[in-house]
Design a protein around this ligand. Sequence first.
Ligand code: PAP
Length: 337
Amino acid sequence: MESSLPSTQILDSGESAERKNEAKNYSEVMSTLPKVKGWRGYDYYLYQGFWYDTFFLEGLVSVQEHFHPQSTDIFVASSPKTGTTWLKALTFAILTRSRLSGSTTSSLLTKMPHDCVPFLESDLAQDPSNRDLAIPLVSTHVPYSCLPQSIISSSCKIIYICRDAKDAFVSLWYFLSAHQRSENVEPLPLEEAFELFCNGIANFGPYWDHVLGYWRASLEFPEKILFLTYEEMKKDTAAHVKKLAEFMGYSFTLEEEEGGEVQKIISMCSFEELSSLEVNKNAVHRAPGTSIPIQNSVFFRKGEIGDWANHLTPEMGARLDDIMEKKLKGSGLKLPR
Ligand code: PAP
């Protein structure tokens, strides 16, 4: 550790989430920021109230300065490991379904969802032309308060998904452990990773502030921001797919509903279906921030609610629940477990 773990007070009073409008170049920004050794042994920087490794920080600073959405763009936002892949697949399938009449096959059958919907802070930061403009979908892990002003002040819609913090943590630990193994690095022990997470230190963390930012924005701009949870989507996927389509401006027609279109999309995007596709079983994805390829299969682990209990002790679970409860207190938000 270059400095001891910052307490939550330091997180709260550190770099404020207030946007800094003046253009700053990346190295100027980095040199002024608090930093710690975070996951994967990388330096993590506290920027505008959230933690980033150098790859994502560079990407964020770049898109804050340069990114401009199309007026029709829809953003799929999430903290890592909370349902991004599933939500990307569903929104992509909803948006492109009219092209699929006849014999056309969905790209979801041959490309992994991350390769169908580009990430703002990685794919588009590296190359803004890294997208098919005819598909107005962009995904992001960037917290609401750190989004480029061009997105905040646009009328673009944002769909946010979050998840029980314990399941998000376990999913993240597995994912980053897989990364470390592919880099021939010993994975960070679960207990150490948990300590970092409980101190808010993870890419785009603190987790609770990420959730709260989008929650509050969704209350303020309900017509612009749709707030979803992984657990509720699992419980009633059909209702959520219809809600998503309506929110996106791509409602299902009566004929489509009667013709089973909603169910077709649910099945195509289900964990079972996607994880059994050749592309998601055996192909590799270029991992953001590293040249090391990562198996697409690591994006499809279990897809279950409550798997945390197989990995965390009840005491660890209670500690994270307690943190979340305290942080969300007074917000009106209670995450399902
Ligand atoms: P990302 O942030 O790296 O894109 P993200 O897709 O948000 O990851 O989260 C991955 C989780 O979603 C995994 O959860 P688990 O580790 O608890 O299993 C993954 O299994 C789950 N997942 C992926 N695809 C689907 C899907 N189609 N339906 C439900 N869950 C899914």
